[in-house]
Design a protein around this ligand. Structure first.
Ligand SMILES: CC(C)(COP(=O)(O)OP(=O)(O)OC[C@H]1O[C@@H](n2cnc3c(N)ncnc32)[C@H](O)[C@@H]1OP(=O)(O)O)[C@@H](O)C(=O)NCCC(=O)NCCS
Length: 155
C-alpha cells in the first residue's frame, strides 16, 4: 500500500468527520466545530495519510489522521485514528513518527498524550513506540472512564 502524508485543510473536514465516526464511540468523537477549530488553529495541526491513487482506484482516499497540539516545550498527540480496514499496516505508527519529526522541528522536549486505561492494547502500542505511563487521569473521558497520561522524551 502506497501512502502519502500531508497537513489537512478545510476541504478535508467531511472526510475527517467520517473517519471520527468509524474510529470513536459517539461520546469521544470530535464534533464538526472542534474539527474546524483544529483545522484553523495556529496551535494545532491535523496530519492526514492518503492512499496513493492507482489505476483501479483513481481517487486519493484519506485512511488515517492525527491531531497534534503545540505547547511551548511539548507536543501533545490529541488523537490518532486509522480507518478499521487499513489498520495493522503501519499507518498509525507513521502518524506517531510524524509527531516526533514535528516535535524535533519545533524544539519540543517531550511528547504527551492521554490513552484509554481500558485499552491495554493501545497502551502497549504507545509503549512500543517509546512512551511510558506517568500518571492516572480518573474520569477523564466521562464519569468512571479513566485515562492514563503517557510521555516520551524527544531526543
Ligand atoms: C490505535 C490505531 C491508531 C493504530 O493504527 P494502526 O494503523 O492499526 O497502527 P499500526 O499498523 O502502526 O500498528 C498496529 C498494531 O497496533 C496494535 N493496536 C494498537 N492499538 C490498537 C487498537 N486500539 N485496536 C487494535 N489494534 C491496536 C495492533 O495489535 C497492531 O499490532 P501488530 O502490528 O503487532 O499487528 C488504530 O487502531 C485506531 O484508529 N484505533 C481507534 C482509535 C483510537 O483508539 N486511537 C487512539 C487514541 S486517540
Amino acid at each position: 500500500m502506497n501512502t502519502t502524508i500531508r497537513t489537512a485543510s478545510s476541504s478535508d473536514e467531511q472526510a475527517l468527520s467520517e473517519l471520527e465516526g468509524s474510529c470513536f464511540d459517539e461520546d469521544r468523537r470530535a464534533s464538526r466545530l472542534s474539527l474546524r477549530r483544529s483545522l484553523s488553529s495556529a496551535r494545532q495541526v491535523v496530519r492526514v495519510i492518503d492512499v496513493t491513487p492507482t489505476n483501479t482506484a483513481p481517487s486519493p482516499s484519506l485512511v488515517g489522521a492525527a491531531i497534534f497540539w503545540f505547547y511551548p516545550r511539548s507536543l501533545r498527540i490529541y488523537s490518532v485514528a486509522v480507518r478499521p480496514e487499513f489498520r495493522g499496516e503501519g499507518v498509525g505508527r507513521r502518524l506517531v513518527a510524524d509527531a516526533f519529526r514535528m516535535a524535533r522541528d519545533r524544539g519540543a522536549a517531550r511528547i504527551t498524550l492521554e490513552a484509554d486505561q481500558a485499552n491495554p492494547t493501545l497502551i502497549r502500542w504507545y509503549e512500543a513506540q517509546g512512551f511510558a505511563v506517568t500518571g492516572q487521569l480518573p474520569s477523564y473521558y466521562a464519569p468512571g472512564r479513566d485515562a492514563v497520561r503517557m510521555v516520551c522524551p524527544v531526543t
